[in-house]
Structures are given as C-alpha cells and as structure tokens.
Design a protein. Sequence first.
Length: 95
Amino acid sequence: MIELRWKKLAVENLGMPPSSHPIQFGERDFRILQIRYDIRQRDAHACQRCGVSEDALPRALHVHHIDGNKMNNADSNLIALCPRCHAQIRRDATL
C-alpha cells in the first residue's frame, strides 16, 4: 500500500500523463490517475476557486468531487483545486 501511494504521488508531482510514466500501474489505478490528469488539463492547471497556478504549488492540484460522491467521476462533477481551497471546501461541508 505504501509503495502504491508513493507511485501515485510520483506521477502527480511529475505532471505527466500516466501512460508515459515509467512506473506500471494496475488498470484501476491508471484510470484514476488519467482522470485526475485530464481534469487538471481541462482546468488549465489552475485552481478553479482562487486561480493559483499549479506551477506555483509544491505538489499537483487536487481533484475534488463536487457532489461528494467519490464514485461519481463524471467530468461535470470534478474540479481542480489547490490544497488550501480543497481543505476549506471539505471543512465547510462538515459544518
């Protein structure tokens, strides 16, 4: 589990599509990483709440499920957020 988590972080931090990354992933992992990569691309690698560029961050943007359903991976339900905005939205949702 730790190795898989490291692999996911490596791909996100390198900012390359999973298909071109030298580390091999399982089919499910590949799909999730591809979705995250595609959403960041769609959102121009910028936080859709505050506008900060992914280049200004030490790690990749998060991909947030708008409706809170982690099984709903429709493009219309996903948005790229910086870690700060993502934490704020998650905190607000628990109130």
